[in-house]
Design a binder for this molecule. Sequence first.
Ligand code: PHE
Length: 381
Amino acid sequence: MYKSKPAYIVLALVIFGLLVISCGRKTSDNEILIGEYSSLTGTTATFGQSTHRGILMAVDEINKAGGVLGKKIKLLTEDDQSKPEEAAMAVTKLISRDGVKAIIGEVSSSRSLAAAPICQANRIPMVSNASTNPEVTRKGDYIFRVCYIDPFQGEVMAKFVFNSLKLRRVAILEDVKNDYSIGLAQYFEENFKKLGGEVVATQAYSEGDTDFKAQLTALKGSDPEAIIVPGYYTEAALIVKQARDLNMNMPFIGGDGWDSAKLTEIGGAAMNNTYFSTAYSADDPNPVVQNFVTKYHKLYSDSPDAFAVLGYDAARLLFDAINRAGSVEGDKIRDALKATRDFPGVSGMITIDADRNARKPIVIIEIGDGKMKYKETIQPD
Ligand code: PHE
């Protein structure tokens, strides 16, 4: 038979519960809590792991230099397991349970799109490090990013194929489960057609697929001069490898989703004669880049990829905004983020425009002799 518990037991349980919660996430008045949601595990674990390293490096540096507004930055990180639903859960926890003042994340547009409405509803500024789909910042006026957006990336890729490679007939193989891929395919096609080029065929796949022979065979039938693969590197590398097996030796072209050391690890020599656009290259002779590469190497004995750089830039730009805001209130941080002009990021000068997007340069990488080589930097108009 059910008997209600005496009031003092209930009270004791509540107090105990509160103690457990507060011990889990200890904070003090000398700290500013910043949240990070990243894919530390799952299909795109390297995205999150590298991002996390970049953010940690920025936190460490700022804390050694005295912190922000005289307080230390305390980073709370949640793993979203590479899943949009988990990204939404992660930011909910960071905001409601931990009370973070601002949030950094994510790389994948699909995950940023799931988390942004929650940050917006709670008036907590969110700075995406690498989500390039234009819809992300349209979720509201608390949502920002430090990377360029795909209408610009699509235009640069189209001009590169048309003007630099001088190719006119291309095919597209897109990931129809990925908001980023769908958007980038569309912006590429619009711009390529505007220039006078032709998209002779389009085929689809879904993230996680491993066999692309049917789609590639169909594309081969249309005799394209190049194939555009606006997806993530795991599938892109397998696609190019299988294409070479089918004797398809034309150039393959991708966007920032290709940017990982895993691309050439998985694809090997098949990746020769491919190109992609991205936020940064470790070979860029710019001293700001070289300085960062050396510091990162000392810390992690590794060369930083684009995620590490963008995580580092997102965190530093956010700390700069909080300093200028002179406050940790959401609307004050938002206003300071909006006012960011010519912030010197490792990934280039960053100016936040009226749509809360970053205007900044783009880099083209060429793969030859099994290696990624810096080709050129293209500035925004
Ligand atoms: N731009 C991609 C997106 O919006 C994410 C990405 C960035 C992937 C950089 C790889 C490298 O989904």
